[in-house]
Design a binder for this molecule. Structure first.
Ligand SMILES: [Zn+2]
Length: 209
């Protein structure tokens, strides 16, 4: 298995290809790879990303079959089933890297900000369960001058939400804590910019250097 640092470099290179409009041969012709993978998988990275249709992770990192173990949920939030999925891949496959991937213009984060500004009475319980997990990270931003600048507020809120999810994964599971302690797992936070196509690994990625 490769190291977390190598896995991170791999993603950075793939994203660079994507942002410059290059699609690699491997991700286009995957028939041989598909046959190869029937026997088992060995993904380099676990990604917890948002469900947003504009952020398909394999495409923005220019990766193919078997490369990424992907969990997608609106607002890239962490609840027990997300933790369980990460535990499963980290333990079963020895995957060394987890990336929590937020993105610019995130509708789930925006919906949370709107809910905090103007609470609705009849919001569905299921939707509320998502908003409630985003809320703690963005609530404090509304007490700063950012509250008067909607664009800046959303930008900060997206990153705050990524940091919260990454911390939740780092400390919400004994299994993951142990793997991190033993240097077998690195959890980093990143943001994908729809405007540029570039992923910025802004949270704890330096630890792997
Ligand atoms: Zn989103």
């Amino acid at each position: 298995m490769i190291s977390a640092r190598e896995a991170l470099d791999h993603l950075r290179e793939g994203n660079r290809r994507f942002a410059s409009g290059i699609r690699s041969h491997d991700t286009l012709t995957s028939e041989a790879r598909r046959h190869e993978l029937v026997a088992g998988q060995n993904p380099c990275t676990i990604i917890l990303g948002c469900s947003d249709s504009r952020v398909p992770v394999e495409i923005i990192f220019d990766q193919g079959l078997g490369d990424l173990f992907v969990i997608r949920i609106a607002g890239n939030i962490v609840s027990p089933s997300q933790i369980g999925s990460v535990e499963f891949a980290a333990e079963r496959f020895g995957t060394p890297l987890v990336v929590v991937l937020g993105h610019s213009q995130c509708g789930a984060v925006l919906a949370t900000l709107e809910e905090l500004a103007r609470p609705t009475k009849n919001q569905s319980q299921n939707l509320r369960s998502i908003v409630d997990r985003i809320r703690p990270s963005v609530e404090t931003l509304l007490t700063t001058e950012l509250k008067d600048d909607p664009d800046a507020l959303l930008q900060h809120a997206v990153r705050a939400n990524v940091r919260l999810s990454a911390d939740h994964l780092r400390h919400g599971s004994e299994i993951l804590e142990q793997l991190i302690h033993d240097d077998q797992l690195l959890i980093v936070g990143a943001e994908y910019s729809m405007e540029t196509g570039i992923v910025d690994f802004f949270d704890n990625a330096q630890e792997s250097n």
